[in-house]
Ligand binder design. Structure first.
Ligand code: KG4
Ligand code: ZN
Length: 336
């Protein structure tokens, strides 16, 4: 009988301390996420120094909880997988140091994982029938890519953002509007009560024959229009954010469908924090049905940063014997 493989994943790229145990690549035994929103919300964004300190304070609790939830002991773990390739350096150092200590003391392999690769696998983990090749839109606060996933670990990046990521402008516009941090979930919720046709924002770069994005102009436009209309008698915040959200959604969908057509692909996977957005999900599903594409979203709890996605990548690398050395480094923004 084949031996079960248990990977312990660690993710500390930004403001979530997460440790997860995944069995055989797709069975999530535990996925503990210690969210730092409370630490950062009063600043309207992430303070890297505070983030790293918080990771250090809580990582041992998160580890204990992850083992407890999975009902497993450290001695049963097959390997440690850790994101070391995208994020805030000081935050990454906490996760990678913990991974090194565990791998060394347990005498098991350490496996390096790229954060975006993790997001791509959040859908492979959620849907066993998600086949290769497929197009993946990775969209969050820190990245906004279109990637053709040809096979395991075979990625072709066909589009990137030239400036801000979609999640980043949700956060920045929300901050300007005094809606707190992170902005995406608040805008998502408020938009349900708003008229998305009230304000006509640009759909940046949709008319261009490439698969890149540029959201910083839309952010500037939104803040400028807000200052102009906020004191109007008929101004409703819900209409404003719904119109802004619709511009982001239309742009992400427009570019993705262009890429599907151009590369003759029929499956799209949407991952990352912004893939939690209700309007994005609704519209992607609507148009995919209309044009005959297969569309996949991760389970809600796997959309934002989590270690289950890191552990899942770790499993597929483990069975390929793709191990790393304990001299593993950290990178702010390694190419995928
Ligand atoms: O994947 P993630 O946790 O971290 C990064 O890798 O950046 O994504 C966080 C981002 C934030 O910008 C947040 O505002 C956005 O995802 N987000 C959303 C929603 N939930 C989270 N954006 C739009 N709608 C949502 N429901
Ligand atoms: Zn992320």
């Amino acid at each position: 009988m084949k031996k079960d493989i248990y990977i312990l994943g660690i993710e500390t790229s930004c403001d979530d301390t997460s440790i997860s145990i995944v069995k055989n690549g797709t069975e999530v035994l535990s996925n503990v996420v210690w969210n730092q929103n409370k630490t950062h919300e009063k600043f309207g964004g992430i303070v890297p120094e505070l983030g790293a300190r918080r990771h250090l304070q809580v990582i041992n609790f998160v580890l204990e909880e992850a083992l407890h939830d999975a009902e497993i002991s450290l001695q049963e773990i097959s390997a440690i997988a850790v994101n070391n390739q995208k994020g805030l350096i000081r935050s990454l150092v906490v996760g990678v140091s913990a991974a090194k200590a565990l791998a060394f003391s347990l005498n098991i392999p350490i496996i390096s994982v790229h954060h975006i690769e993790g997001h791509i696998y959040s859908n492979i983990l959620s849907h066993k029938n998600l086949d290769f090749p497929h197009l993946c839109l990775t969209v969050s606060g820190g990245h906004n890519l279109l990637v053709i996933v040809n096979n395991h670990f075979n990625y072709e990046v066909i589009g990137n953002t030239l400036d801000d990521a979609a999640g980043e402008i949700f956060d920045k516009v929300a901050r300007h509007l005094g809606l707190g941090f992170p902005g995406g979930p608040v805008i998502d919720k408020l938009s349900k009560e708003g008229d998305s046709k009230k304000y006509n924002f640009a759909r940046p770069m949709l008319d261009q024959e490439n698969f890149d994005f540029s959201f910083s102009g839309l952010k500037t436009e939104a803040t400028r229009v807000y200052e102009k209309v906020r004191n109007n008698q008929d101004f409703k915040l819900e209409d404003f954010v719904a119109s802004f959200q619709q511009a982001v959604v239309d742009t992400l969908i427009g570019k993705s469908f262009k890429a599907l057509k151009h590369y003759n692909l029929n499956t799209i996977s949407i991952v990352g924090g912004v893939s939690a957005n209700n309007k994005l999900r609704e519209d992607f599903l609507k148009y995919s049905l209309k044009y005959g594409y297969q569309v996949y979203f991760p389970e809600m709890k796997l959309t934002t940063d989590n270690a289950a996605m890191i552990a899942s990548v770790g499993y597929f690398k483990f069975i390929n014997q793709q191990f790393d050395s304990l001299n593993l480094e950290v990178f702010t923004n390694n190419p995928l």
